[in-house]
Design a protein around this ligand. Structure first.
Ligand code: SF4
Ligand code: SF4
Length: 620
């Protein structure tokens, strides 16, 4: 693909292409929806372009590694999902002061309004305000690409990180993008890093310097070609940022409104106040269309509040409730807000359509998210359930982030699920409460990638404080939820990397007991878990599992088929394999009144064989 080509790209691919056109030499990231494809795109061509691209242990490490490259003069990119920025924030709110050197560093954060693939719907833009760092919000796939060289330009000029914010709809939408030139860079040598990369003893001085940079950046943003802040004589104006530009255009078409101006702000922080006020001057009503919290709305309200003796337009958005403050924005929400402001009529769908939609909804089966057929996580949760039933005390199971989070939907197998690493962190707290009368035994569950990402401090805490808990690490050798990126323990990795063995790390924490289990051996795993529940102290069980989606097709074919013997299945009176074990490959044969296995879905793992109390499920 060369300069001038028009290519269908997702927003994430466009961001990655833009970073390549900006001449990046280093990219470090941790996978997380909706940001993963940025790094994957770069990895596809990283060898050819001599870009170092890695999946780091977590987002903080990714930011530290990419900052280090920038210190050494190499332009560096650090993409992550919203929640990842929380992990990286400790470093971010230090390196903002000490600076990123002359290489340039751009952090791309992809927010997930409504939490399609996230446990919250945070608005990461507030980090730019907290860290006093410039923030850019592209509005289209083309702009997502074009803005990256601009972001690097600012970062290099001021030697601070620049944050580019995307949201799920922009990251995953696809549109035609016209490509720019990829610079034919001689392989630059990294240079020695400066020796003043710290903030002590006077972080306040560094803070003062950063604020001065921010003032200069604001002046740059006043002239930015990425904003559309033209003067207008329209009474009603929309100030949109990011993908909401597209929603606003469509909402106006839907309402057949013409007498409204859409203004677009891409350089959202620091806000180019003079241009914004000029563009909104003489408006009677301004609607703020933005994903997340009323970030720009509040910033503009402050600008207006400072203007003395001037008429202020009515400001509408999430503060006055014209747009609800939670959930994801869409065309209808913007149209509804416009109808409330202008008084024009808006019906999202005609009544007869709504009736039909309601009938369709009634036909839908209530199907919560679940594990893939043959998934080792299902087998482990089944074993936990059986061990709990056998144990004579109450048990609490703390969960973590990964495919195994779906234990929440699997017969409420998990009691908690918060952030990366929280399984063992919260368990280390619960495991010390017996002297206060806390009487539940504690099991923490995490996966291999999460073990390395954020569980190690919790594990050390549990050992150090002698917490009583059983830590189950389900090791399926991949970061499956985001598309099979390698975890540090994966055997197949890119480049010259070493596989870091979970068992060795776990043993180094000096647990009182450590066992290795096999997920597909459900009876043995059940015994292991039960035995550890009866013990006191820090117990670790590493359960080897297989991700059935990552598994090779031919290895499935090597296993004998699994079937349900119709004569042995007691039918309607049981259904345990479907309703409780719940493998998606097991179906109900209505006519013959027994369960049966769908061969095209079944991966022949055999996990269900031990589940049937009537020995109806067999191999052969
Ligand atoms: S658990 Fe066994 S007996 Fe019960 S429905 Fe399934 S196959 Fe039939
Ligand atoms: S063998 Fe049983 S548990 Fe495994 S995929 Fe087939 S039906 Fe599901």
């Amino acid at each position: 693909m060369i300069e001038g080509d028009q290519v269908l790209m997702s927003g994430n691919e466009a961001i990655a292409r833009g970073a390549i056109e900006a001449g990046i030499r280093f990219c470090a990231s941790y996978p997380g929806t909706p940001s993963t494809e940025i790094t994957e795109y770069i990895m596809k061509t990283s060898d050819r372009r001599d870009i170092h691209a890695e999946w780091s242990t977590n987002e903080k490490v990714a930011l530290e590694a990419s900052t280090a490259a920038s210190w050494a003069g190499l332009p560096a990119l650090c993409p992550m999902k919203s929640l990842g920025l929380n992990v990286a924030a400790d470093f971010l709110l230090n390196v903002n002061l000490s600076g990123t050197g002359d290489g340039g560093l751009v952090i791309v954060v992809c927010d997930d309004p409504r939490g399609h693939s996230s446990s919250n719907e945070q608005d990461s833009r507030f980090y730019s305000k907290a860290a006093h760092l410039p923030l850019l919000e592209p509005s289209s796939c083309q702009q997502a690409k074009d803005i990256m060289p601009y972001a690097f330009e600012i970062s290099k000029r001021y030697e601070i990180p620049v944050i580019v914010r995307s949201t799920t709809r922009l990251s995953h939408t696809r549109a035609i993008v016209e490509l720019g030139e990829v610079p034919d860079i001689e392989i630059e040598s990294a240079h020695d890093i400066p020796s003043n990369l710290y903030n002590v003893p006077r972080p306040d001085f560094k803070h003062k310097q950063l604020l001065a940079k921010l003032d200069d950046i604001k002046e740059d943003f006043e002239k930015s070609r990425f904003n559309k802040l033209d003067s207008s004589d329209k009474r009603v104006r929309i100030l949109a940022s990011g993908i909401t530009n597209r929603y606003s255009e469509e909402a106006m078409r839907k309402l057949d409104l013409e007498d409204i101006e859409i203004l677009s702000i891409t350089t959202t922080f620091p806000l180019p106040g003079k241009s914004v006020l000029k563009a909104l001057d003489s408006a009677t009503h301004v609607l703020f269309a933005e994903e997340g919290q009323p970030f720009t709305e509040e910033n503009v309200a402050v600008l207006f509040a400072k203007r003395k003796n001037r008429t202020v337009p009515e400001l509408h958005g999430k503060i006055d409730g014209v747009i609800e403050r939670y959930g994801e924005l869409n065309v209808d929400k913007v149209a509804h807000a416009l109808s409330r402001i202008t008084g024009c009529e808006f019906r999202p769908v005609p009544p007869e359509f709504e009736e039909r939609a309601q009938k369709s909804r009634e036909l839908l089966l209530d199907r919560p998210p679940t594990f893939c057929p043959g998934c080792g996580h299902r087998a482990v949760y089944w074993a936990i359930k059986k061990a709990k039933q056998r144990f004579d005390k109450p048990v609490v199971v703390t969960g973590d982030i990964g495919c195994y989070s779906m234990g929440i939907f699997y017969d409420s197998s998990l009691d908690t699920m918060q952030a990366m690493g929280s399984s063992i962190g919260t368990a280390s707290g619960l495991g010390q409460l017996s002297r206060f009368g806390f009487d539940q035994k504690v099991i923490a569950v995490a996966g291999d990638s999460t073990f390395f990402h954020a569980c190690l401090p919790g594990l050390v805490n549990a050992r150090n404080k002698n917490a009583d808990l059983t830590f189950i690490v389900i090791d399926n050798n991949t970061t499956a939820m985001t598309g099979f990126q390698p975890s540090p323990s994966s055997h197949i990795q890119r480049g010259e990397t070493f596989s870091v063995d979970i068992e060795n790390i776990a043993r180094a924490a000096l647990p009182d007991y450590i066992d290795i289990g096999i997920a597909s051996d459900i009876p043995a795993t059940t015994d292991l878990i039960h035995e550890n529940l009866t013990r006191d102290g820090l117990k670790i069980i590493i359960v080897k599992a297989v991700c059935r989606l990552a598994e090779r097709e031919d290895s499935k074919a090597e296993r004998p088929k699994v079937y349900i013997d119709a004569d042995s299945c007691i039918g309607e009176n049981c259904k345990l394999c479907m309703t409780q074990f719940g493998c998606l490959a097991i179906e109900w044969n209505e006519e013959e009144d027994h369960s049966e296995i769908e061969n095209h879905l079944c991966v022949r793992c055999g996990d269900c064989i031990v589940v049937c109390p009537h020995d109806a499920i067999r191999r052969g």
